[in-house]
Design a protein around this ligand. Structure first.
Ligand SMILES: Nc1ncnc2c1ncn2[C@@H]1O[C@H](COP(=O)(O)OP(=O)(O)OP(=O)(O)O)[C@@H](O)[C@H]1O
Ligand SMILES: [Mg+2]
Length: 290
């Protein structure tokens, strides 16, 4: 796999869209779910929130979307306190794709589900139909318009949720584990679609995931969450360093990085750096044997 991120780099604006400062957030049962979070999302970025199960990814996305309000701290959307904005003002700009598609899909048929957003936004029938068909085409669900959402497969339901958001054309997308439960090709296609939205259409994306192998291929910047705190943040090269540090946050290095790390440190092979993708590893190995 080639490194799509670096081959499609485009200028990312410095305009801050979301700034998240959460000193503390507790669920009503007393669970301390977030502590000392400081995260900035700039226009045009593709940001990953990486963390193991229960680390706080879903909670963080719900805070960013204005769904959870009783935290100690501040969240600003385009400089406005998100707690003072109406749901309509938030949803004009931000779309959240839930982790579980069954929390999102509700209409009897796929077409009606994807049409719900554009209809509510006041588009006429012709525009709604065009937007729905184009979104379904993007996620490769064309032909299933009349199917009951309950009878779609899990992977199809995940993609149906994304189509629902695509049809609305948000500037900022928050995606909670968009690739979980997809087969390897589906996972890759999903990431390519998100990259196209980000680099091609300028959509700002924040994506929660625990797929460490995908991150360095596609994401500009990431934050690792552990027990509701940011354990580290930065570009993938700075964040993925040693296997022990990753296991401290219940994650691992990308597999190719783990292999090269072992060859370097246990077999003393003279790698200068630890590549994170197959493309980089290939170049590094070719350099060694040149
Ligand atoms: N409604 C809730 N009430 C009480 N505690 C909750 C609630 N939702 C989440 N939690 C707790 O908050 C913490 C963070 O949960 P969260 O769902 O944000 O994690 P996550 O990183 O999204 O995990 P996963 O990878 O399993 O989706 C966990 O300890 C979880 O048990
Ligand atoms: Mg979650």
């Amino acid at each position: 796999m080639e490194n799509i991120k670096s081959s499609q780099q485009s200028a990312v604006g410095s305009l801050t869209r979301l700034s998240v400062h959460v000193r503390s957030f507790k669920y009503p049962d007393g669970t301390q779910a977030m502590s000392d979070i400081d995260i900035t999302v700039r226009k045009g970025e593709f940001i990953g929130i990486l963390g193991s199960n229960g680390s706080g990814k879903t909670t963080l996305l719900k805070i960013m979307d204005g769904l959870m309000k009783n935290f100690d701290g501040e969240v600003f959307l385009d400089g406005n306190d998100i707690r003072k904005l109406s749901p309509r003002e938030i949803y004009k700009k931000i779309g959240l794709v839930f982790q579980n598609p069954d929390d999102q899909l509700f209409a009897p048929t796929l077409f009606e589900d994807v049409a719900f957003g554009p209809i509510n936004m006041g588009f006429d029938t012709g525009d709604v139909e065009r937007k729905v068909l184009s979104a379904l085409n993007e996620v490769e669900l064309t032909g299933l318009e009349k199917k009951s959402v309950h009878n779609l497969s899990f992977g199809q339901r995940k993609r149906a949720c994304i189509a629902g958001l695509l049809a609305m054309g948000h500037e900022i997308l928050l995606l909670d584990e968009p690739t979980a439960g997809l087969d390897p090709m589906g996972e890759y296609k999903m990431m390519n679609l998100l990259t196209k939205l980000n680099k091609g259409n300028g959509v700002t994306i924040v994506m929660a995931t625990h797929s460490v192998d995908l991150v360095p291929l596609f994401l500009d910047r990431l934050y690792i969450l552990s027990r509701g705190r940011v354990a580290r943040g930065g570009i993938p090269e700075d964040v993925f360093t040693a296997p022990e540090e990753m296991s401290n946050v219940k994650l691992r290095l990308p597999q190719i990085a783990e292999l090269i790390y072992k060859l370097k440190h246990e077999d003393n092979m003279p790698f200068e750096r630890i590549p994170l993708t197959i493309g980089e590893a290939r170049r590094e190995i070719a350099r060694l044997y040149a």
